[in-house]
Design a protein around this ligand. Structure first.
Ligand code: C2E
Length: 520
């Protein structure tokens, strides 16, 4: 992904990361507050059911007691007993005795016997027939509930079935299972209660929150206006919004950290390695005596997604420091083989020099990589030169072992940038080498009177003493080329002959250079 896309993606992710947790916490505050309210309403409804059951138990107890009366029905004793039970049972307003379906007497005294038994709304499992709303004949007060067991009935004030303490704003209703309103607190709307009873256990009906509880035979409904939960929502928001803000800050931090990492030079280089964004340019090496091209040095370039080329000086040090260099070396080896396989097979006199990093020289890791890349290509190992700089000789024993093994396998080994490090003759003597590349800084001094100009002939003599092939790097002028040729330096590389070029151009250059290249 290129830079602008990373930035755009980071901004989008950052915004989403900031908005999503806050929005989620707003939503969660609301649902949590609603759930809390439902639980609270459910508690009131359950209490109403418990209260109704208790009232029913009281009435049932009184009905059973009077059922055990064995004296003459509607005698003074019987009426006194009913009256006593009415007085002693808080729930009961009046008791009555029925014969052949007609009220014969009540706790108030004998009746004229024309009041018929009411039709029950439901019958409990133990045989108590409940009529939710009926008008008492004797006491002629407000609507009561009738509970009948065998021949006796008890009239109960429905308020007794729902008289629990609720929070302000909460309305309570007790209905039979078929929706007949039995008792109510704080004036709920009967029409809406009827609708709620037929629906789910809890929820929201327009602007009304509700929860129901089911008992044997009745349903309790607790409701409250939606506006009542705003306090609860605010309470939840006070708890959850800081958490949302923390998560948002964490996500934004993470996005910034990740995008900075991806935008950092190392992050970009890691992506380049993963996406194999490297290409190789080839700089011809010519024989100074004839000017014929005898090979090239493979020089890596990083081709950015926008097409621009980054020179190795700008990323090789970072690659070496981070350990990415080994992957880059491997990609260069693969590219050399795929770019120049045919050329190297067609012309056995050509070689390609590959730069090894200090890490590559310190271990033998790279050797099997090259061997594998050359398999089935027809390229001969001697056509591959391995260039090691003096930086790679920090662990001299490891370097010696790698270079010796490389030569055993048939590769040629050259020391690159010679003279810039700490190499001395005695140092060089111990190393298994085929060639020495004189650094450009020494070539630059040729024909000048600088202090280092006298060093160049010594380097040349030293290489000759060690019977090494010599390559002069960075040859830019004819005077430099003439000087080197006079001193029997074998090969030259530099802008005088050609700069680094893409593979196709190098192949064309080599074909032309059957005729001597440059007039060295
Ligand atoms: N001013 C001037 N410069 C000339 C002339 N002739 C050649 N050069 C430049 O000198 C450098 C020669 O490569 P080097 O000494 O191995 O130095 C190389 C080498 O140490 C390293 N490098 C390049 N490719 C690789 C690679 O694949 N792996 C590793 N580990 N290092 C590489 O990067 C360094 C720089 O490479 P480049 O930028 O391609 O720079 C190249 C080349 O473009 C000339 O006449 N005048």
């Amino acid at each position: 992904m290129d830079r602008p896309r990373i930035i755009v993606t980071a901004v989008v992710l950052g915004l989403a990361g900031a908005i999503a947790p806050i929005a989620a916490m707003f939503h969660l505050s609301w649902t949590q507050a609603v759930q809390n309210e439902h639980e609270r309403l459910h508690l009131f409804a359950s209490r109403a059911i418990a209260r109704a059951d208790m009232s029913l138990d009281e009435a049932r107890d009184a009905l059973r007691q009077i059922g055990r009366f064995t004296g003459t029905p509607c005698s003074a004793d019987h009426i006194a007993r009913m009256r006593q039970l009415t007085i002693n049972t808080r729930t009961i307003e009046e008791m009555g005795y029925f014969e052949n379906g007609l009220l014969k007497c009540s706790s108030w005294g004998p009746t004229d016997g024309h009041v018929a038994q009411s039709k029950p709304d439901f019958v409990t499992s133990d045989g108590i027939a409940v009529t939710a709303r009926m008008q008492p004949v004797m006491s002629a007060g407000h609507t009561l509930m009738a509970l009948r067991y065998k021949d006796h009935n008890a009239l109960v004030d429905p308020v007794r079935f729902a008289d629990i303490i609720v929070d302000p704003g909460v309305q309570l209703a007790l209905t039979t299972e078929n929706g007949i309103l039995v008792g109510a607190l704080n004036g709920p709307d009967p029409a809406r209660i009827g609708k709620i009873v037929a629906g789910p256990e809890e929820g929201m009906d327009d602007d009304l929150l509700f929860a129901t509880a089911h008992g044997t035979g009745w349903i309790a409904v607790a409701t409250e206006p939606q506006s009542q939960i705003l306090d609860g929502v605010r309470r939840q928001q006070r708890l959850l919004l800081p958490l949302g803000a923390f998560i948002a800050a964490f996500i934004i931090g993470l996005v910034v950290w990740l995008s900075r990492r991806r935008l950092s030079p190392l992050g970009e280089l890691q992506i380049a390695v993963r996406k194999r964004e490297f290409i190789v340019h080839y700089q011809p090496i010519v024989e100074l005596r004839t000017g014929i091209c005898i090979g090239a040095e493979a020089l890596v370039r990083w081709k950015r997604p926008d097409g621009s080329l980054v020179r190795p000086d700008h990323f090789i040090p970072l690659a070496e420091e981070s350990g990415l260099i080994t992957a880059i070396t491997d990609q260069v080896i693969a590219l050399v083989v795929s770019d120049l396989n045919s050329l190297l097979v067609a012309d056995r006199s050509l070689h390609i020099a590959i730069n090894l990093s200090a890490t590559d020289v310190g271990t033998e890791r790279v050797l099997p990589v090259i061997a594998k890349a050359l398999q089935h290509t027809g390229i001969q190992p001697r056509q591959i030169w391995l260039e090691a700089t003096e930086r790679g000789f920090v662990d001299i024993e490891a370097a010696r072992s790698t270079l010796a093994r490389a030569r055993e396998l048939g590769y040629a080994v050259a020391i690159d940038d010679f003279g810039t490090g700490y190499s001395s003759l005695s140092y060089l003597e111990g190393l298994p080498l085929d060639a020495l590349k004189i650094d450009k800084s020494f070539i630059d001094t040729i024909s000048t009177n600088s202090a280092t100009s006298s060093v160049t002939p010594h380097i040349i003599d030293m290489a000759k003493t060690l019977k090494l092939k010599i390559v002069a790097e960075g040859v830019e002028t004819r005077a430099q080329a003439d000087y080197l040729k006079e001193r029997d330096v074998d090969y030259g590389q530099g802008w005088l002959f050609a700069g680094p070029m893409p593979a196709a151009e190098f192949i064309a250059y080599c074909r032309r250079a059957k005729v001597p290249a440059g007039k060295a």
